[in-house]
Design a protein around this ligand. Sequence first.
Ligand SMILES: [Zn+2]
Length: 239
Amino acid sequence: MEQLEPMPGDWRRALAVVAHPDDLEYGCAAAVATWTGEGREVSYLVATRGEAGIDTLPPAEAAPLREREERAGAAVVGVTSVEFLDHADGVIEYGVALRRDITAAIRRHRPELLITLNFADTWGGTAWNTPDHRAVGRAALDAAGDAGNRWIFPDTEAEPWDGVRWVAVAGDDDPTHAVDVTAGLEAGVRSLAEHRAYIEALTDQPPQDYARSLVEGFAAETAGRFGGRPAIPFRLFSR
Ligand SMILES: [Zn+2]
């Protein structure tokens, strides 16, 4: 089977930009744990509080709960900086406002690596993606360029930052690179399991079992394309 390239290693800071609490925990957090374990800095930027994500819980109650679960899931993989943009869950609009918010965060955090989630129409085949993922992923790639241009969004607090060298897209149907997550796999499982209330509303399976089967499953799936090692794949856009 065609092998994936190893992810670049010559970077210090990454910023992960996603739509919802839990987007990073379905696999990507195992990569984050591996990286923070190597002394790298990773921060999270989440466009919504995931307030529309639990059918049985009204948004006003779901928002603070999901924020707590996201911060707990981040802490488990060595991430202490988690910011929420307060766009509306389910109806995030792709556009200048979203690009501006992400640009401002990139200029503050000055990452070399930007991480986001699959923004294609589908997850492969006919599994339709959500409008929020489509909007945020595209805006993140756009903002990587915006952040470096002093004439675009000139009124952000922080100075322009043209140092984003790559954007890595998790969950993409056509990955190019991968990272060996042997070191971070266990923390990756615990990170997803921190989304306890969310998972309990989804399935009767205990959160820990649900998280283990999914995250280990993702990592094992990629092993065949990465020298037999448990790995998380990314589609890498270089800049
Ligand atoms: Zn999502």
